[in-house]
Write a protein that binds this ligand. Structure first.
Ligand SMILES: *Cc1c(COP(=O)(O)O)cnc(C)c1O
Length: 455
């Protein structure tokens, strides 16, 4: 076999020209999203009041397997894609493992994460529809940054509701967004009805993603020419993120490498869903088999300890209901949780794949995640995002198992981004001040008690 280079790049003409919709190959589809008022499946018309029309169509389409990537989006992708698939030779050596470890690095753009892959698509469809602008929420700030970049490229107004605690802790993220022309508001704010309500009910609250989503949706539907866009969870976002998996598979195929294990971190499920989609497609069509592992924080364990049920996607209960693994829409991870991946639910596609046993899930504690991050940074030269480091943790654990058994497995994981804006968390870790918190069964039961009664 050819010597495998450190970085496996695709040529521009080997880049995907279509996104892959894994739902098209699923026999049992994810459950439909429901109108929170009527509890009936949401119609295209209803969804188009919140989302851009083409995106609403993608959201509801669970049969079309491939969607052409419009040329404008492909041209934008060419500025930072294809992203490299890296053979982690140095990490393998450090671990002394016979396993071959590969990571797909999505941090090679200013947003520092994979989120730009969907941001540019969503901004494109908003522009195509002739809208003035879009509204959104951001937690840690990667999505808001990615969307600001995409909106400035297409000359669209961009209004970002940023979870207050991050707004205060990450002033530089905020400035990156403003540099790209976005208007950034700490959430909960006094700009929206739902924000005022949450502030009155929970004075001094530092906010949550679910709450910022409610504010952004309200801002979109109350302004002429605006729609709401979301950076994860939705099936349309998984569709756009399939570019990660398609490139990964093309790069592996180019060198005749067959992955044994594919690992991704899971917050709302978009990078994981995008990375695994083409591989899951092969499993669904009976063409191949892979061990696929979703990794989530022990402090926000929606797949491993949540319930598979219809739930609200946001705290204000204005978004459609989705059937997903959830901890309850009121769930907020404990204050010492540092590393992103704090959403209460999970993509309905990832949830259904998990429920069908096509993928497995693991939860890991944050101190062990930062230990893995540090080891990786020291040998591979990239300072990883805490979110990505959940996948690194499990990739290292699996490579160490191979050391015991002598198996030469091919382990592929998604390195979703860089951690330059997460130095407060790294500082805590370096000072030995980071602790782990695992919610008790009682706490989870309390939060799960608030699930809407649908079934
Ligand atoms: C947003 C983000 C994630 C988690 O989101 P998913 O939708 O689960 O992929 C993971 N890593 C990074 C770097 C992120 O910015």
């Amino acid at each position: 076999m050819n010597e495998i280079p450190y970085k496996i790049y695709l040529e521009e003409n080997e880049m995907p020209t279509q996104w892959y919709n894994v739902r098209g190959d699923m026999k049992k589809k994810p459950a439909p999203i429901l109108n929170p008022g009527t509890l009936q499946p949401v119609t295209l018309e209803e969804l188009s009041a919140i989302f851009c029309e083409d995106l609403a169509k993608q959201e509801l389409d669970d049969t079309t397997r491939f969607f052409d990537i419009p040329e404008e989006i492909r041209n934008f992708y060419k500025m930072y894609r294809p992203s490299p698939l890296v053979r982690a030779y140095c990490l393998e050596k450090k671990l002394g493992t016979p396993a071959h470890i590969y990571y797909k690095f999505e941090g090679n753009n200013t947003s520092g994460s994979h989120k730009l892959n969907s941001a540019i698509a969503q901004a494109y469809y908003a522009k195509k529809q002739g809208l003035k602008g879009v509204t959104t929420e951001t937690g840690a700030g990667q999505w808001g940054t990615a969307l600001s970049m995409a909106c400035s490229y297409f000359d669209l107004d961009c209004q970002v509701y940023m979870v207050k605690v991050s707004y205060e802790q990450k002033p530089f993220r905020r400035e990156v967004m403003r540099t790209y022309g976005a208007q950034v508001t700490p959430s909960p704010s006094m700009n929206t009805e739902v924000g005022r309500k949450i502030n009155a009910e929970f004075p001094g609250t530092t906010g949550s993603l679910g709450c910022a989503i409610s504010e952004a949706v309200e801002a979109a539907v109350t302004q002429e020419g605006y729609r709401y866009v979301l950076g994860s969870v939705l099936s349309q976002v998984l569709l756009h993120q399939s570019v990660i998996g398609l490139e990964t598979k093309a790069a592996l195929d180019k060198y005749g490498i067959k992955a044994d294990m594919i690992i991704g971190c899971a917050g709302g499920g978009s990078n994981l869903g995008g990375l695994i989609s083409p591989f899951v497609g092969e499993i669904l069509r009976g063409e191949a088999n892979y061990d696929i592992i979703a990794v989530e924080p022990a402090s926000c364990p929606s797949l491993t300890r949540g319930k598979y049920a219809y739930d609200f996607c946001d705290t204000g209960k204005v978004c459609p209901l989705a059937k997903m693994y959830t901890l309850g829409s009121g769930f907020i991870p404990s204050a010492n949780h540092a590393g992103g991946l704090r959403y209460h639910g999970m993509s309905s596609v990832v949830s259904e794949l998990y429920d069908q046993g096509l993928i497995t899930a693991r939860s890991v504690e944050q101190t062990s995640v930062f230990e893995a991050a540090e080891m990786f940074a020291r040998v591979e030269g990239i300072l990883p995002a805490p979110e990505s480091s959940h996948a690194i943790r499990v990739a290292i654990d699996e490579a160490l198992k191979c050391k015991e058994t002598g198996e030469e497995k091919n382990i592929v994981f998604g390195l979703t981004g860089t951690g330059y804006f997460d130095m407060v968390a790294y500082e805590k870790f370096n000072n030995g001040e980071m602790s782990d918190y695992i919610p008790t069964d009682e706490e989870l039961a309390k939060s799960l008690d608030t699930l809407p009664k649908v079934d």
